[in-house]
Structure formats: structure tokens, C-alpha cells
Ligand binder design. Structure first.
Ligand SMILES: [Zn+2]
Ligand SMILES: [Zn+2]
Length: 330
């Protein structure tokens, strides 16, 4: 036999402090009405925190279906996607992932950016375009600019620079603008495109050679630039200064000594120190050079690296777009 419930007046409210946390709120977005709790929004959004902090006016806006808070400037489908993320079902919690399409995630990101929902923004970025094949670099660059996502921006520009399928200059200009395209073009100097110069006039007798800028020679061990300052040729009677200026290719490498080098995140060539010469005196340019970063001595065994790694390209992109990236995050 079941025990009858105690009379109502005997009940003691013990959770009075928590009560307000579960205050209902009703929103209207376009033609749809959505129910939620105030704390869900104040906990995730700076903008809603400020909105709900305002002393309630005489109106009972947001308390019922008949008197919803009308949210302008957003699309009902995007809001519905956001509600899915804000109110996860058990299966989402168990699998720790949501069943949203790319289009839905972008809608959530749009609102999370507008309403300053930091954690939700982070979740969106983590949930999209994890694999290289998920999105073309140019499209990613446009989204990165729209939503100010740093990691997308660096990856997108890096992949435009080193990817196998490169957008044409015209496509870049129409999608990203002239200024950004110019900087991307300049950045090609840090990829293989800018590695070797053409030897002037007829090649000197002997092995064919390719001109190379001194600042393109990197440590074979840690890939740091070997020369950060102009270098004076050690050749007796030469003593010419090899500058690091963009237009000065005054070193050469013997083509026969160049080996192709490829790994998961690097592409380039490796050369022995004895094959790097001075174009003025035709003698070996760097008999003794140690890496300013890891102090390894470049030698015929510790070969010099000419090329790029993903991180070299990303650092160059970061440097070229320093100003824009200031108000990007993630
Ligand atoms: Zn090194
Ligand atoms: Zn010399």
C-alpha cells in the first residue's frame, strides 16, 4: 500500500538558492519559438549575461510563449542548431560529439561569435575541418577571416602556399583581396618556389650549379637558418661579403651534390657543406659553420637543408599577417 504524499503546507523548500537558476526563458527567432533556461545562456554568453543582468522592466518579456524575447539578426535554423549544442542529449554526452552537419556547425559558430560564447566557439572549431580533405584551403581562408579563427587562417594560407592544387592569382584576388594576395605571393619565397636562382650567363665550367640565397641554407639537424647575418667569404683574396638581401643570390650549390629530401612535414634538398660555393671566387663558402640554434656543426655528414617545413611556413605566415591576427583567437 502506498503512503499518501504529505500535505502541501508541510513541505519544506530546501533548494531555494538554486530555484532561480532554472528560470524558464522563451525566445522567438523569425517564425519559431524556443524554450530554454536563462542560466544556459548566462553561463555561456557574455552578451546574454549582460542582457539578463539588467533589472527586469515592467514587461514580462521572455516568460511565456505569448511574450517571448524576440532575437533579431539571426536565422531560426542557426538558432535551432545552437539549441542542440546547448541542450545535449544523453547520446551526445556519451559519445562526446554532436550530430551536426557542416552547415549547422557554421550556423552555431556564427551565433557563438556574435554572442561571445567562448566555449561554444571552441567546440565549433574543434568539430569542423579536422582533416586536410575536409575543406579546400581557399574556402578555409575565407571562413577564417569571417570568424577570426587563427588556426584555420594559418593552415589555410600554408596550404595555399604548399598545396598541390594552387588557386590562380586571379581567384585569390577575387576571394581574398589584393592586399592579402600580394602578401601570399611574397610568402612564396619561403617555399620551394623561391629557393634557387638562375645562374647568370653561361654556366662556369664543371658541374652545373644553382644559385641560392644565403638565408635559405638551414641546419640539417634542427632546420634553423644557418646564416642570420651577412657572411664574408673566407677565400684567400676574395673576402667578398655575401648579404642576405632578397635580390642577392651570391652562393651556389653544385647540382650534382643536391639530394631530394621529403618527410611528413618537410620538403627540400640536402647538400653537403663542401658543395656550397662563393660565386665570386669559386671556392667553398662555408667550411666551418655552426647552427645558431642547436650548435650542430654543418659538415658533409650533417648536411645543409634547403627547403621548408610546415612550421617554417606557418611562422612566416604568422609574421606576415601579424596585424590581422591580433584579434583572432583559437
Ligand atoms: Zn640546428
Ligand atoms: Zn669568395
Amino acid at each position: 500500500m502506498s503512503v499518501p504524499p504529505p500535505p502541501r503546507e508541510d513541505l519544506t523548500v530546501v533548494n531555494e538558492d538554486d530555484e532561480s537558476k532554472w528560470e524558464l526563458v522563451v525566445f522567438q527567432v523569425e517564425t519559431r519559438v524556443f524554450h530554454s533556461f536563462r542560466h544556459v545562456f548566462t553561463n555561456t554568453s557574455e552578451v546574454f549575461r549582460d542582457m539578463f543582468l539588467l533589472p527586469p522592466g515592467q514587461s514580462d518579456e521572455g516568460t511565456s510563449r505569448e511574450k517571448p524575447i524576440v532575437l533579431h539578426g539571426c536565422v531560426e535554423n542557426d538558432f535551432a542548431s545552437l539549441m542542440k549544442v546547448l541542450h545535449p542529449e544523453q547520446i551526445h554526452v556519451v559519445d562526446s560529439k554532436f550530430d551536426l552537419s557542416e552547415h549547422e556547425w557554421l550556423g552555431v559558430l556564427q551565433l557563438a561569435t556574435m554572442w561571445e560564447m567562448k566555449e561554444i566557439r571552441e567546440l565549433c572549431v574543434q568539430s569542423m575541418f579536422q582533416k586536410q580533405v575536409d575543406i579546400a584551403p581557399l574556402k578555409l581562408a575565407i571562413l577564417a577571416q569571417q570568424f577570426r579563427v587563427r588556426s584555420w587562417f594559418l593552415r589555410a594560407v600554408r596550404d595555399i602556399l604548399i598545396g598541390t592544387i594552387r588557386p590562380s592569382t586571379e581567384t585569390l584576388i577575387s576571394s581574398l583581396g589584393v592586399s592579402m594576395t600580394c602578401r601570399i605571393m611574397d610568402l612564396q619565397m619561403c617555399t620551394l618556389a623561391g629557393v634557387f636562382g638562375v645562374p647568370p650567363g653561361s654556366s662556369k665550367a664543371g658541374s652545373p650549379r644553382a644559385l641560392v640565397r644565403l638565408d635559405r641554407l638551414r641546419c640539417g639537424v634542427c632546420r634553423a637558418a644557418l646564416f642570420t647575418q651577412p657572411r664574408t667569404c673566407p677565400g684567400v683574396g676574395c673576402q667578398r661579403v655575401h648579404s642576405l638581401e632578397a635580390d642577392a643570390c651570391t652562393a651556389y650549390v653544385l647540382a650534382s651534390a643536391v639530394l631530394m629530401l621529403q618527410s611528413d612535414d618537410a620538403l627540400g634538398f640536402s647538400v653537403s657543406t663542401s658543395s656550397v660555393g662563393c660565386i665570386f671566387c669559386d671556392r667553398q663558402l662555408c667550411a666551418m659553420v655552426s647552427c645558431p640554434e642547436c650548435y650542430s656543426l654543418a659538415s658533409d655528414t650533417n648536411r645543409i637543408f634547403i627547403g621548408y617545413t610546415y612550421s617554417i611556413v606557418e611562422r612566416a605566415v604568422e609574421d606576415a599577417f601579424k596585424e590581422e591576427l591580433k584579434d583572432y583567437d583559437l
